[in-house]
Design a protein around this ligand. Structure first.
Ligand code: RB5
Length: 148
């Protein structure tokens, strides 16, 4: 799968490590920046990754900032994006199984790099369970499109 990945300065070092983790899992990491530790604005990278996923250029996205909060707030403004901010594996797994999340957000100042790796593995191996969860997601989608 193609996995779009982006960070701001606070998540840059994690991004570099997690690209290797994604490659090691047999996927292709598509790096959409930032390119270093110079201070920058997280929405620029959240939108780059979210647009890539929403437009079908990438299968999933991974976003890293200091807390993961700003990235998740920005990514969830893009229609079609279901971004999940996770700090432990159960949420990462269920974000796929129950919420059909398509972007994983991580906080580099909140979790350690080993936990970040574990969350990537849990997220990318999760499968949406459909069934009752589909109707719940449809309600979010209807709201997104101005109905409901
Ligand atoms: C940058 O200092 C920090 O605000 C950012 O990485 C992120 O945590 C925002 O949510």
């Amino acid at each position: 799968m193609n996995i779009a990945i982006g960070s701001d300065h606070a998540g840059y070092e994690y991004k570099e490590i997690l690209k290797e983790c994604i490659g090691g899992l047999g996927h292709h990491a598509v790096d959409l920046g930032t390119a270093g530790t110079a201070s920058c604005d997280y929405p620029d990278f959240a939108f780059a990754v979210a647009d890539s996923v929403a437009q079908g250029k990438s299968d999933f996205g991974v976003l890293i900032c200091g807390t993961g909060i700003g990235m998740s707030m920005a990514a969830n403004k893009v229609p079609g994006i279901r971004a999940a901010l996770c700090s432990e594996p159960l949420s990462a797994r269920f974000s796929r199984e129950h919420n059909n999340a398509n972007v994983l957000c991580l906080g580099a100042r909140v979790i350690g790099i080993e936990m970040a790796r574990e969350l990537i593995r849990a997220f990318l191996s999760g499968v949406f369970a459909g069934d009752r969860h589909s109707g719940r997601l449809k309600k979010i989608e209807e709201r997104e499109h101005g109905a409901g």
